[in-house]
Design a protein around this ligand. Structure first.
Ligand code: EPZ
Length: 420
């Protein structure tokens, strides 16, 4: 099994280009199933999850042309597609559940294996199913699968109990082809939702209000071809911002959208780090500061992103003073704590609160990735730790970061991928 060997690195310096967003491209690729033509998607990141989604779309009957040299994918979906997603693919990636809305809208029926939980939480899809039911679908839940069917979806008023990203995306794609008007309230406001709505509107959908907490959709009978460039990955951006701070380096992060990172910029500044930005670039200067402690509470967008919690915790382990990190989005997202403690961090957990007492330095150790962002946090900690940090189960990282090692090495990081 491959692993990373990370050594304490000199301050990272230089420029890094951000790739397209994983959490935007996956729902957009699933939504391409709604089109009766061809969808050309640009700025597609080279990721394991993207490959799995390509295989999933093919298994449903779409043709998918992958051109990673140009970061482009072309998806052609015939009128008739399958209504069932194969379990071997769904088990590889939770985001497979995002084909439910498009397939229900397109074929009147969808059946998927229950996605099940993952390291960070139980992650039920009850809000997705409640949305489909409100649009008139019948829901059948088996022991290991779920089915939704409807001769015709009818627009409805839906109020989400929680602004779930996935439920918002699945309900939008289902309602896009429903008869009449849907008004969905308390929806997720993440930039990836706005990107999905922009993609669908380019195909001829009538979606208003994405990015606010109420979305209004006037159903249409058909969606056609389109070309779309995916937004930059704000979590990849945030990860490199923390890399500059934790190594006391200076990194110019290019081709990103600072507007999407306001809470991360604010928290880094609270830690004493200099952050400057213009429309598409962020400059993080960590060389002149001693990291100060701060408190973090994760929340749905525009609050502090849960997908940046582990990386920030890694930074706070070497801050001056005590920090409190509260995780409110997922019930089990402190798996990285035990690994950081192996590296000499001083962290105590109490329910969904973690108390981090800054230490003068970390030390290298053998640590294991438990999920995507936890893995990235361990590499960041390894860049600041004395000695060698051996990070295993790195497939988690490769699911969500493209050219991870190359980008870090270009900035001067001492990181190598080795096969065990
Ligand atoms: C998306 O997951 C992202 N994944 C996650 O990123 C991200 O952490 C999450 O949104 C929150 O920002 C993708 O976009 C592919 P949710 P999703 O539905 O859609 C509960 C990463 O690292 N909930 O907003 O699954 C749920 O259990 C990944 O890139 C229900 O209870 O997130 C969780 O506690 C990790 N019932 C909370 O809501 C439901 O029907 C937020 O989940 C749906 C969700």
């Amino acid at each position: 099994m491959a692993k990373f060997l990370v050594q304490k690195s000199d301050p990272l310096y230089g420029e890094v280009d951000i790739s397209g967003a994983k959490n935007a491209v996956l729902p957009i690729m699933a939504a391409a199933l709604l089109s009766s033509g061809s969808c050309e998607i640009m700025a597609v990141p080279t990721l394991r999850d993207v490959t799995v989604m390509c295989d999933l779309l093919r298994s449903i009957g779409a043709t998918v042309h992958e051109d990673y040299e140009n970061n482009k994918i072309i998806i052609n979906t015939p009128k008739n597609v399958a209504s069932e997603a194969p379990s071997e693919l769904v088990s590889k990636m939770r985001a497979s559940a995002l084909v439910m809305g498009p397939l229900l809208a397109k074929t009147g029926m969808v059946r998927v294996p229950l996605p099940g939980g993952c390291a960070i939480g139980k992650r039920p899809i009850d809000l997705h199913l409640k949305g489909f039911q409100a649009l008139g679908a019948e829901i059948i839940e088996g022991s290991d699968y779920v089915e939704a069917k409807a001769d015709k979806l009818i627009g409805a008023n839906i109020y989400l109990d929680f602004p779930s990203v996935g439920a918002t995306e699945n309900i939008i794609t289902a309602a896009a082809l429903a008869e009449g008007i849907s008004v969905i309230e308390n929806v997720a406001k993440e930039p990836e939702i706005v990107d999905l709505a922009n993609f669908l509107n380019k195909m001829g959908a009538k979606i208003k209000g994405a990015g606010t907490d109420t979305i209004k959709i006037e159903g249409v009978s058909e969606l056609s071809d389109c070309k779309h460039t995916v937004i930059p990955d704000r979590i990849e951006t945030g990860t490199f911002m923390v890399a500059a701070a934790i190594t006391k380096g200076n990194i110019l992060i290019k081709n990103t959208l600072p507007n999407h990172l306001k809470p991360v910029i604010a928290k880094l500044r609270e830690c004493g780090v200099t952050v400057e930005f213009d429309e598409e670039n962020i400059l993080v200067k960590g060389d002149m500061c001693k990291i100060q402690s701060t408190d973090i509470k994760t929340l749905p967008y525009p609050g502090f992103p849960t997908d940046m919690q582990p990386q920030f915790m890694a930074l706070l382990t070497i801050a001056n003073g005590t920090s409190i990190v509260k995780e409110t989005v997922f019930e089990n997202r402190f798996m990285h704590v035990a690994e950081l403690i192996k590296m000499g961090a001083d962290i105590k957990i109490d329910g969904n609160n973690s108390f981090i007492e800054g230490v003068s330095h970390l030390k290298g150790a053998k640590v294991k990735c438990t999920d995507l962002r936890a893995g990235a946090a361990l590499v960041l900690a390894g860049l600041a730790a004395e000695g060698i940090t051996e990070v295993s189960e790195i497939y988690h990282i490769e699911r969500g970061y493209s050219d991870f090692v190359e980008k870090f090495r270009k900035l001067g990081a001492d990181i190598r991928k080795i096969d065990d």
